[in-house]
Design a protein around this ligand. Sequence first.
Ligand code: RET
Length: 291
Amino acid sequence: MQSLVASALAVRAHALQNGPTDAELFEYVFGGGNTLLALSFVINIALAGLTILGIVYLGRSLSDPRLKAIATALMLISVVSISSYTGLTSGLTLGVIEMPAGHPAAGATTAGESGVLVMWGRYLTWTFSTPFILIVLGMIAGSNWTKILTTCAFTIAMCVTGLAAALTTSSLVLRWWWFVLSSTFFLVIVYVILVDWTVEAERTGTSDLFRTLKLLTVVGWFGYPILWALGVEGFAILDVATTSWGYSILDIVTKYVVTFLAMFYVVDEPESITGGADYGASLPRVGSSDD
Ligand code: RET
């Protein structure tokens, strides 16, 4: 985790020394000429805020500790999201990087600097949001913590190598090599969801909800690498605003829609996923009394 933060700071220091300042990037996005891009950030701040309030409202009478843990993980997805989009909005987690020779966007200019706009904050913050999505899916399927934490580790690896793919400027081949690595880690997660958790959800009795969440998650998550490849970081077929809207729409489906579906289920049909008073205690019958 420390080295991740250190690399993010190094990226930022590099961008500050060589690229436009946050203020220039903020002006570039919100100065009038890029309304679509600006909206793709701001709408998600509003939706993440509403989702947090929705969880507080829907979860107000939950008492089972396992249901509370699921609701907390759901809330953390939007907590990360609102912070992520605030970072993008302020220009803090945006940068301009020059693509390597041979890249279709090599030689482009953005905000008066040579290079393309890279929303590196997105990849960084997925590192923190996607594990919570997988924790929720794994808990709803009734899986064990070994499998849940394995998917969390692989999603962190997927996002960090995705960040590396986006920021590598030395070689086009290496950009795509990072992409291949990241996609391989992604396939491990897809396998666990489609194979292990599907069987476990049937056994747990949550397969109705799990089937819907699985569909939204697997189809939605495949959208991200496809957008990366089509967007300015890959083959540059889509412009930055379209790519950003693509990610924002995928975020709406994979985070807020998934959150509300799971939350309604937790509130309306809790029986198959409750944990009992001992849930989460490190010793049997030792737990806080308000659980
Ligand atoms: C990248 C590019 C490299 C290859 C792959 C990718 C996959 C990203 C995914 C992101 C999911 C994000 C979500 C965020 C919600 O907060 C990094 C785009 C495979 C699957 C669900």
